[in-house]
Design a binder for this molecule. Sequence first.
Ligand SMILES: [Zn+2]
Length: 318
Amino acid sequence: MILSRRTILNYLYSTGLYSIVSPSFGNIITQDNSHLKNFFKFSVGKINVTVVSDGSFPMPISSIAINASEEEVKSHLEKYNMPNDHINRETNLAVIEVEDKTLLVDVGGGSRFFGNTGKLYENLGLANINPDSITHVFLTHAHPDHVLGIRDEFDENIFPEAEYIMSQNEYEWWTKPNRVNEVEETFQQIVLNAVNSLSALAEVTLYNEEKEIVPGVHMIDTSGHTPGHNSLIVHSEGAKLLICGDALLHPNTSLVFPSWIPENDMDPDKAIISRKKVLSLVTNEKMVLLGFHFPFPGVGHVIPSGNSFQFLPTSVRW
Ligand SMILES: [Zn+2]
């Protein structure tokens, strides 16, 4: 039997032995390996991409699926040798360098978010990326783990010289006057966080079309998780990468059960359609996928597997 790299990765991943991805699995507790998840560089044709971690945070397993029972979710996680009392959410930001432009995708939760986040600046430094070189910032959506880092510790816009870009539907939904009083009480803080973060920006460029925002990088509508959630497709010399934001949250849940509805999906029906759209794009066109909350660095291929999908994560070298 000849073991291909893909077979080995599949094996490691399915058995949970792909060890930098999770703080614990089965009865093994991994030590602090955070030095392995600062940044990850690869290229898409002529475009250089660096995944930069803003850190990670835990979420309760009740956040994984509101249309599956707790027992069902727990036993599914156990099948994958994952902890059954929480799910770890990495934050894989992307820096895309093309021609004279440097585009950052999402800014992360910054130091005001919970968990072990707020690592963006430190990890940009380790990746040898000067924060002043960032010319554009694209926001996939306005949830706090993606935008709260807009304000630095002095309460100022962290990238004041950059052009911020996001979907018009997204921006207008969150910033609609009196929105905070139209949502449930438990959701009000999330609205306030979004408004507070977006109001730090003097200007935002808004689009509602599949716009090319820097050469070789297009927006694509993947709404549902939030009203105007958008993803990006990066393409160069026949190679393509899809940066899916929160359209897919974790390879072992969203890809196995695309119809599971995460607690934070604001329009569940639309979000399922967007999840399936992303999965069919990456499988049919053999695009590389980058998942914001996937185990670091969140980069890999997706293949169909029966009625669901399987993620084949990258190793350090392809
Ligand atoms: Zn998120």
